[in-house]
Design a protein. Structure first.
Length: 390
């Protein structure tokens, strides 16, 4: 007898497509098919409340429409339970949990006994007319009770596996949180002193290049924000740990750049102090030359004679020169570029810093010293530092 796909038995695996038995619809369908000549001819008269003549083998539908309805209704419940059992998912991370493995094995056993080639299959055989016998009320009761028992056991096994998976996931989450917290705390212990030291440099002096302090303070703020991450979230702790690893890598270089910039600032006033004391130093030799002459006219004539040759005010000054630039520190979002400028005559200069075609800050200064500037970059930007006089 031909049957549509949704009435075919399940696959041998037990978790395949579940037969779609919809209440008494199967009984109605089979009765209609029998009336159309698509099923076996009933042996004797039958109705919804009485059995047929059981002198020979008949199908359940031929024996009694009422019995067919009872079996169909129970088969629908069992089919539903089989479908729910097939819908339970076991994530990989908890598949090796002992309770999950035990519950999975129990459910597999119940599926085998109840679904594809078990009780549901037997009920389908009766419903489809493959099981012919001299049906009795006791036969029907036994088949319905068997289906009810299989439905209950399958439902319990499905619930047990779902509960085991849920409990294992909870345990797994706690383990992951503990592991993430341990990694976070280890990194925090390393970075904590670095942050304290870096903040002391920011608060302790004035840099020649303000961007060195700005960049270091920005990194400190990022690191402090990571330390304040949500300690109840695995994702938050993992992200914070990654950030702290970057802090451990970047803070020393940025702190060193600020330290050098502050040292440069401390040396900058010296050229101007030399200029202010220089005139007295030049006038001191000329004044001793006057007393020996005791206000004689030749003595007043000597200074004009020596001044054109001693103070080389009109002598050309040496122009500043600049060395090749290098990356002093790299935070990922910006690089600090350094270059040494030689300016022995304090002519003064302005240096422009860049990385490839990306321009950065400018520094205006005088005197020989190491100067630095900041250029914004991305982690993937090639590092090609440069510096030139603007």
């Amino acid at each position: 007898m031909w049957l549509p796909d949704f009435l075919l038995p399940e696959s041998a695996a037990g978790f395949g497509p579940i037969s779609k038995i919809v209440g008494g619809g199967v009984g109605v369908l089979l009765i209609a098919m029998a009336g159309a000549g698509l099923a076996l001819t009933p042996t004797g008269n039958s109705n919804n409340n009485s059995t047929s003549s059981n002198s020979g083998s008949t199908t359940l539908a031929q024996a009694s429409a009422a019995w067919l309805q009872q079996v169909s209704d129970q088969a629908a419940q069992l089919s539903d339970a089989c479908a729910k059992a097939g819908g339970v998912a076991v994530p990989d991370e908890v598949s090796s949990d002992s309770a999950v493995m035990e519950a999975s094995q129990s459910l597999n056993t119940q599926v085998t006994n109840s679904c594809a080639f078990g009780t549901l299959h037997q009920m389908q055989q009766a419903i489809y007319g493959s099981d012919t016998r001299a049906w009795t009320d006791n036969d029907v009761t036994q088949l319905v009770n068997q289906g009810a028992d299989a439905t209950a056991k399958l439902t319990d096994a499905t619930t047990a596996l779902s509960t085991a998976v849920s409990n294992a996931q909870g345990t797994s989450s706690q383990a992951q949180l503990a592991q993430a917290m341990a990694a976070f705390q280890a990194q925090a212990v390393t970075v904590g002193p670095m942050i304290t030291n870096a903040q002391a440099f920011v608060d302790g002096g004035t840099p020649a290049d303000p961007t060195t302090a700005t960049n270091l303070q920005a990194e400190i703020d990022t690191c402090n924000a990571a330390l304040a991450a949500d300690h109840t979230s695995v994702d938050a702790l993992t992200a914070a740990t990654t950030t702290l690893q970057g802090c451990a890598s970047d803070l020393p270089g940025l702190t060193d750049a600020l330290d050098k910039s502050q040292q440069v600032y401390q040396t900058q006033p010296k050229p101007s102090a030399t200029k202010t004391t220089s005139p007295p130093a030049q006038s001191a030799p000329t004044q001793p030359a006057v007393p020996p002459a005791t206000a004689q006219p030749p003595a007043t004539a000597q200074p004009p004679t020596t001044q054109p040759t001693v103070p080389p005010t009109q002598r050309p000054k040496t122009a500043p020169t600049i060395t090749k630039a290098k990356v002093a520190s790299d935070s990922g979002s910006s690089v600090v570029v350094q270059a040494f400028v030689s300016d022995p005559d304090s002519v003064g200069y302005t240096v422009c810093f860049f990385n490839g075609s990306q321009k950065g800050t400018q520094v205006r200064s005088a005197g020989s010293q190491t100067v630095s500037g900041t250029v914004s970059v991305t982690p993937s930007t090639p590092r090609s530092p440069g510096a030139m006089f603007c």
